[in-house]
Design a protein. Structure first.
Length: 301
């Protein structure tokens, strides 16, 4: 099967490479010519426009998008829409909001173009280990692309599944990322406590390695934590600024809309927001309050 890849960031390029390694042909487009050139050197067909990409694919076509959520995805789909024909399939493998996905799917399917949303997890390690694929959309459309999912997943019989109708794949990935926020925050807090217990002279990297084997808190995130601690035990040169790509916020909003308490995920999101406030007005105001009611000293800048 020949697949058209749109978006050749690191994950998109790695997915294309995994597909080719699995025996699929890939035609690829990205506005940046450099990743197109690099992927062409690996055996892909490089296209310099969406039109050229569509023309390079046999009907019925399969277009897989790895585009940043929001306006970039909408702009790409607007460009693709008049180029596609009945029976073609578009897969959004990015982190789109599931409500946007439902809207887009309805538009495309009115024109006879199948639309699948595929929440994709695996990061930069997916090329080697495979990706976890959470698929939303029609069962028959998903079944037609089974060979693609089986190639991208860690194995043919695990790591991928159709989880529900349009939007279900991105909704599932959204909650997956919300859980990820909580897990990461718990590890970070635990290791911070260990790091602050100076009198015990604890070896954080050694403890991370210890916990990786047999412990109930072992996980892939712990594996990555151990690797980070081995590389840079003191986190030297790393600013205490933690970004978020949106899914955590959407998860918290959905929890509120559904009246579902989600304190761990919510607080982990707030901690990320807190990390970006280098000159915290609220902290300075708290110090001023303490001086007002208790006469506590204020630390001057």
């Amino acid at each position: 099967m020949k697949i058209g890849m749109v978006g050749l960031g690191r994950m998109g390029a790695n997915m294309a490479l995994r597909l080719m390694k699995g025996g699929h042909e890939v035609a690829a487009f990205d506005p940046d010519p450099q990743p197109r050139k690099l992927l062409a050197g690996k055996g892909a067909t490089a296209a310099d426009s969406l039109g050229a990409l569509v023309a390079a694919l046999p009907a019925p076509r399969v277009l897989w998008l790895m585009i940043p959520a929001g306006e970039a995805t909408d702009a790409t789909l607007t460009g693709l829409s008049p180029l596609l024909a009945k029976g073609d399939t578009v897969v959004d493998g990015g982190n789109s909001n599931y409500k946007d996905t439902q809207r887009r799917a309805a538009t495309f399917e009115r024109n006879g173009v199948r639309y699948l949303d595929c929440g994709t997890s695996g990061g930069v390690w997916g090329l080697e280990n495979g990706y976890c694929l959470m698929i939303g959309g029609d069962e028959d459309a998903a079944d037609r692309l089974r060979p693609i999912f089986e190639t991208l997943a860690p194995a043919k019989d695990r790591g991928w599944a159709r989880v529900g109708p349009h939007g279900a794949g991105h909704f599932t990935k959204m909650i997956h990322n919300g859980i990820e926020y909580g897990l990461m925050q718990a590890y970070a807090e635990g290791f911070s406590i260990l790091q602050h217990k100076k009198d015990l002279d604890l070896d954080l990297q050694g403890i991370a390695e210890l916990w990786r084997h047999g412990s109930v808190v072992r996980s892939w995130l712990l594996d990555l934590t151990a690797a980070a601690l081995k590389e840079n035990p003191g986190m030297a040169g790393i600013a205490p600024h933690v970004a978020d790509s949106g899914e955590g916020r959407w998860t918290v909003q959905e929890a509120m809309d559904l009246d579902v308490p989600a304190p761990v995920i919510t607080l982990s999101l707030l901690q990320r927001l807190r990390s970006r406030d280098e000159d915290s007005y609220s902290d300075r105001l708290l110090a001023a309050m303490r001086q007002q009611f208790g006469g506590h000293a204020i630390k001057k800048t």
